[in-house]
Each structure stands twice: as C-alpha cells, then as structure tokens.
Write a protein that binds this ligand. Structure first.
Ligand code: DHB
Length: 317
C-alpha cells in the first residue's frame, strides 16, 4: 500500500465521506478516533445548506440509511483552513471533492481544478473525487467516461498528490464501468473508492403513508447493511478488472460494513482499505476500533499477519 500512496493508512480503516464529516468539530471527532485516515464531507466550490429536511431516514431492522442530503458543506475554503489542525493528529487527511451549480458560474472542470489545487496546497494527502453523488439532478459524472476524463485531466494537471475516484455502483452496466476504468488507467489514477450509495431508493412511513424523506419525491441514496452484497460485487469487479489489465489500483471498499466480518469480506473481495459510513452514524466513533480489532483477531486466528495477505483472495466455488 505504501508503495502506491507514499504513506500508510494504518489501521486500513477510515470514515466514509458524508456522515457527520462536514464541520470542524465533527472532523476533529473523527480524527481523535482510531481511524487510519480522516475523510472530509464532499466539498463544493460554494458553501451549501443542502436539501430540505427530512433528508435522512434510518431504516427499521437496522437495514441501513436512506438520504438525500444534497451535499451540505462549508465550501472548500473552510476545509483548506482546517487542514493544518486536522493534520495535527498525525494521520493522513483525505479531501473529498464534488461539484454542484455554483454562484460564480464556474464549470465543473474549473471547480474541480480550483478546489484540488487549494486543498493540496493546504496539506491534503489524497483527494477523493466524488464523481457519483446520487442526489443531484444531473446524471453522475462517473456514468460518462468522457466527462470523467475531462474532470481528471483538470485535476491531474494541477496537483501531484494521489487521487481516488469515488465510483457509483455500476450494477448491471459493466461496460460503463470498464470504459471509465480504462480512462483511470490511461490517466494514471492511483485509487478508486467503491461504492457510493445505491441511488434511487425509497422508504415509506406507514403511519403517515408518505415518503420518508422530502427531497426528490422521496428518492435517495441507500447505505448501510442492505448494500453490503452490492458493494462486495462492485469491489470484486474493480479488483478483477484492474488486475486483468495488469494495473496496480488501490481500492477503498465502501458499503454496508457494520461488523468486522463485513470488513473482512470487503478485503477478500479486493479492498485494501475499508471506509465506514452508516455504521459510524449509528454507532459513533467506537465503531472504527471495534471493527479494526475484530479484523485483527480474525487474521490472527487464521494465521495471517496482515490485511494485505487476504486482499482479493476470495476463491470461486
Ligand atoms: C450525498 C452525497 C453522496 O455522494 C452520497 O453518497 C450520499 C449523499 C449528499 O450529500 O446528498
């Protein structure tokens, strides 16, 4: 892992961008926990209040969380200013970057370039480009290989820190995934984070017989327990494809990790590092330590020395 990034993420577990990662206090709380790196909420060029409430619903039976937050964040300048305090905890800081319509009239390409440069100058160790937000009106950039190329060229020409591209679940359109993956290889992208929330999902409140969240007629992105099998397949698809192309891509596995066993499955599917989103919302910062310790115990009990020995080793039946 160090060879690919130039630094360690140890333990190989971080928060996922999004849940409670949009303010200074919340980021400090994450930095104080046992995470191996801190990831910010996806920042945009201008501050955003996000979508109208209610915009987040925890599903019954701990199935997961449905949200259409609409990228509430403080705007990139605020995160650039926080960077030195966050770095004071001695762990890598990952700036997550997204685009949305901006009052300065900048194009998405201009926004990505400007934000990437500012955050790198202020000390971010890695940029996670969120090309897959499910809650904006537009089609996610990551569904269009040519747009992915344009965004990445804008960033890659301006910064030298490693980049992770946050991908959506490609479900049953592997040809779009492969066209995007070829662009990432072509441009020398170092990492992918897969997957973003499962888009266009809904929940119904039986008391009121209404949608459970207000924005977008109740449609939002799903995270948490329910998406684990989807995420495992997305991670595995990435691992297999980049290996076939003989390309050393570092994979952040995201989606449905609630227990140590879920993290182990992500690693077996091909994740080098795991990110925890919904389970952090429901369990708080202790979740990182609990999962990291559980993974360590499992490795010991199975005579493995570290996570890298099991990455991508799931076998066909
Ligand atoms: C939001 C953005 C995401 O990328 C995501 O996965 C879920 C929610 C948002 O702020 O709307």
């Amino acid at each position: 892992m160090a060879r690919r990034l130039g630094f360690e993420i140890e333990p190989p577990i971080t928060n996922a961008s999004g849940p409670e990662s949009e303010t200074y206090e919340r980021l400090i709380r994450i930095a104080r926990s046992s995470v191996g790196a801190v990831i910010t909420k996806s920042m945009t060029h201008c501050p955003r209040t996000g979508n109208p409430e209610p915009r987040l619903k925890h599903l019954d039976r701990d199935l997961g969380s449905l949200n259409s937050m609409g990228l509430p964040n403080l705007g990139y300048r605020a995160y650039a200013e926080m960077m030195s305090d966050l770095k004071g905890f001695g762990k890598p800081v990952i700036a997550s970057i997204a685009t949305a319509p901006c009052s300065h009239g900048l194009s998405p390409v201009e926004q990505y370039g400007e934000i990437a440069e500012a955050l790198t100058e202020s000390g971010a160790d890695l940029l996670e480009l969120n090309l897959s937000c499910p809650n904006l009106e537009a089609i996610p950039i990551a569904m269009d290989p040519q747009s992915v190329r344009e965004m990445l060229e804008a960033v890659k020409t301006r910064v030298t820190v490693p980049i992770s591209v946050k991908l959506p679940p490609y479900n049953n359109v592997p040809w779009i995934f492969e066209a995007v993956a070829d662009v990432l290889i072509d441009l020398g992208v170092e990492c992918v984070s897969t997957m973003n929330s499962e888009p266009n999902t809904m929940e119904i409140d039986l008391e009121t017989m209404t949608q459970a969240i207000r924005p977008r007629q109740g449609y939002g992105g799903l995270g948490g327990r329910a998406v684990l099998p989807i995420a495992l397949a997305e991670v595995h698809r990435c691992y297999t494809y980049f290996r076939q192309q003989d390309y050393d891509m570092l994979i952040f596995g995201v989606g449905g990790i609630t227990e140590p066993e879920d993290a182990i499955k992500h690693h077996l599917a091909g994740a080098d590092i795991v990110q925890i989103g919904t389970a952090y919302l429901t369990q708080g910062p202790e979740v990182f330590e609990r999962i990291a310790v559980g993974v360590e115990r499992w490795l010991e009990a199975h005579d493995f020395r570290n996570v890298s020995e099991i990455v991508g080793t799931v076998r066909d039946l």
